[in-house]
Design a protein around this ligand. Structure first.
Ligand code: ZN
Ligand code: FE
Length: 241
């Protein structure tokens, strides 16, 4: 049994993610903020959509939900804590709940920091992490609602996932994140190697994600931060750029 994850580029620099359970063909889309390209991508894969998964309430993650739901008659899953500001949910979830995609089970992880009600989904059968705007490749989400302490704790949970986890995040920010990362951690060989790879991918017009959790743990300054104070320092510097 495997869960595959395919990026669907939408809007300016967002990714929605198309998940498929190899055993049953069950399909989910994560953060469908622009209905037309997403409906097209799903139709190209056979036209089956069982479920919409939402990481958080921002419009660049949710704006296409009602249209996609109406088209495929699928259910919508999101955080119970943010039900009041998400599109209408069929299933409201919290940390420790699981979401069935065919025969695979996704684990819900609370990851406050970027927003208070942010959740991530982890499918051990990938292994695949849908990290929304919590963990980006070589960066993390801005602290719009949460504190550095909350983000630090959220990232620590994600860093504990298996090293071969594919990190499927919400934005193509890797190149600019990496430039910043090199400014705070210029001698990190893993970071330099990852950036060389990213430049090649982007020059070829390819997405730089998903990345591997083991690479993030070695190169991402927000996962290398020792404590919430140093994360706040690094985040504070990045927010000035
Ligand atoms: Zn966001
Ligand atoms: Fe976003």
């Amino acid at each position: 049994m495997t869960i595959s994850a395919q990026s669907v580029p939408i809007l300016k620099d967002n990714y929605a993610w198309l998940l498929k359970d190899s055993e049953t063909g069950a399909t989910a889309i994560v953060d469908p903020a622009d209905a037309a390209p997403i409906i097209k991508a799903i139709e190209a894969q056979g036209g089956r959509l069982d479920m919409i998964l939402l990481t958080h309430h921002h419009a660049d993650h949710t704006a296409g939900v009602d249209e996609v739901r109406a088209h495929f008659k699928c259910k919508v899953v999101g955080a119970a804590a943010d039900a009041h500001r998400l599109p209408k949910l069929d299933v409201a979830v919290k940390e420790g709940d699981t979401v069935a995609l065919g025969n695979a089970k996704g684990q819900v992880i609370d990851t406050p920091g970027h927003t208070r009600g942010q959740i991530n989904f982890f499918f051990p059968e990938g292994p695949v992490l849908l990290s929304g705007d919590t963990l980006f490749s070589l960066g993390c989400g801005r602290l719009i609602e949460g504190t550095a302490g909350e983000m630090f704790a959220s990232l620590a949970k994600l860093a504990a996932l298996p090293g071969n986890t594919k990190v499927c995040c919400g934005h193509e920010y890797t190149e600019s994140n990496g430039k910043f990362a090199l400014s705070v951690d210029p001698d990190n060989a893993a970071l330099k190697a990852r950036m060389a790879e990213v430049h090649k991918q982007r020059a070829a017009g390819q997405p730089s994600v998903p990345s591997l959790m083991s690479d993030e743990c070695a190169a991402n300054p927000f996962l290398l931060a020792r404590d919430a104070g140093s994360l706040a320092d690094v985040r504070g510097k990045k927010d000035r750029f």
